[in-house]
Design a protein around this ligand. Structure first.
Ligand code: ATP
Ligand code: MG
Length: 418
């Protein structure tokens, strides 16, 4: 039987990878403009890191992690998200001693054992960014503006920003209690998962997609009405800064996040175009995470975007690049001249293709069309003898004669580019 990839793990083929590069390059450009530097951390971490950061009772830790025991009897996990590893590195390298304010971004594969479907895979890719060391809501606003700029720069207007506040360890317990007593009276309408989560993670019920749970929680108490004054002021300032910077947003008081470390501001970029995979990017504040992982009491805020979902939204757009020139030859005798020109043009930065197999002229020209080359050039005995050739612009067939040399061909391609 032929070998195939593991279920939920995808190959990204060249037609598709142009879109991925466009996403990655746009993110790097926008994030670096905002003063973020790239951090690269391992895909494999000690299992304990994720249990302690994401939380033992979250879906990710309870059922989605790729965890195994390695040959040294250590429990290790393929990272299900990026923030935990980045913060582990921030603490391990004592990056805060130089400056508690770090602006970091990362990109790479993440792994979760989920049921694969459109926009949901077992290996998927995130691009994320984090700011540590800033309590001020200015940091929240910068992160949200940066996320919004990224989607604008990439040419997507569809995902829209929703924000919420989840409070802090001071005010959340009271909200949790209020929500629990509300849910307690509606237990029979809740799905099995939510009933199980009632004790450990009742907020997740607000995020449940099961129709019974959606209906049962329609009148649930709002987290925003239970914020302490510190959290309330913080949220109001975030909203004010978003208005000052003309960043469109809406408030969604039912938004909760599937990771325990969030405090105060949480947000998602949501789309209606990907079915139940509606979150294209998500994040929030995690003021307690760094100390929870054994570091100093330094706050943080960040987000992660799902590259596969962004690529799906860009689906109709073609980012593949095409050759500047295709060199065809009449016969075997011209191949040395053709190869020398081909090599010289590549070395001078012209993207050129030639026939590798001695095919007929007709099939060579078909290939030039298929590759969507901008120009073509045919080398025969006459061209070799005269040292001149005709360069054809493929789009309209316009022909220009030029010396059969790197400089000659270059002058035509460059001239009509400009
Ligand atoms: P969802 O509600 O769709 O499960 P999530 O809350 O689990 O998302 P996060 O952990 O916040 O997602 O991850 C941030 C982003 O990573 C998501 O908004 C999404 O774009 C992407 N993402 C998460 N899980 C997957 C997956 N299994 N496959 C593809 N992309 C994913
Ligand atoms: Mg999920």
């Amino acid at each position: 039987m032929a070998l195939t990839a593991v279920k939920g793990f995808n190959d990204i083929l060249p037609g598709e990878s142009g879109r991925w590069q466009h996403i990655e390059q746009t993110a790097r450009r926008v994030f670096e403009l905002n003063g973020f530097g790239e951090i690269r951390v391992p895909v494999l971490e000690k299992t304990e890191l994720f249990c302690r950061s994401i939380g033992d009772t979250t879906d990710i830790v309870e059922k989605e992690m790729y965890t195994f025991v390695d040959k040294g009897e250590n429990s290790v996990t393929l990272r299900p998200e990026g923030t935990a590893g980045v913060m582990r590195a921030f603490i391990e390298h004592k990056m805060y001693t130089q400056d508690p304010v770090a602006k970091l971004y990362y990109l790479g594969p993440m792994f979760r054992y989920e049921r694969p479907q459109k926009g949901r895979y077992r290996q998927f890719h995130q691009i994320g960014a984090e700011i540590t060391g800033v309590n001020d809501p200015l940091a929240d606003a910068q992160v949200l503006n940066m996320l919004t700029s990224f989607f604008r720069e990439i040419g997507l207007s569809e995902p829209t920003l929703q924000i919420n506040s989840l409070g802090c360890p001071e005010c959340r317990p009271a909200y949790r209690a209020a929500l629990r007593s509300y849910l307690d009276e509606r237990m029979e309408h809740l799905c099995e998962d939510c009933r199980r989560r009632f004790a450990t993670n009742p907020l997740r019920t607000l995020d449940c997609k099961v129709p019974g749970c959606v209906a049962a929680t329609a009148g649930a108490p709002s987290v925003l009405e239970h914020l302490c004054s510190g959290c309330d002021d913080h949220f109001a300032s975030v909203c004010r800064y978003l208005k000052i910077s003309s960043t469109p947003y809406s408030i969604n008081a039912r938004m909760v996040r599937g990771l325990d470390y969030y405090t105060r501001t949480t947000f998602e970029m949501v789309t209606g175009l990907l079915g139940s995979q509606s979150a294209v990017a998500a994040g929030g504040r995690y003021d307690g995470l760094i100390s929870q992982l054994g570091g100093p009491a330094i706050p943080g805020i960040g987000f992660a975007m799902g590259v596969e979902r962004i690529a799906l939204l860009l689906n109709e757009q073609d980012f593949t690049t095409h050759p500047d020139l295709f060199i065809a030859t009449m016969g075997e005798g011209e191949r040395d001249t053709a190869f020398s020109l081909f090599d010289g043009l590549l070395k001078s930065g012209i993207r050129v293709e030639m026939d590798y197999e001695g095919k007929s002229l007709k099939s060579q020209m078909r290939r030039a069309d298929k590759l969507k080359a901008s120009y073509s050039l045919v080398i025969g005995e006459n061209e070799v003898a005269s040292g001149r050739a005709t360069v054809k612009r493929m789009i309209d067939g316009r022909q220009t004669e030029a010396p059969l040399s790197v400089a000659g061909v270059q002058s035509i391609i460059r001239r009509s580019e400009g």
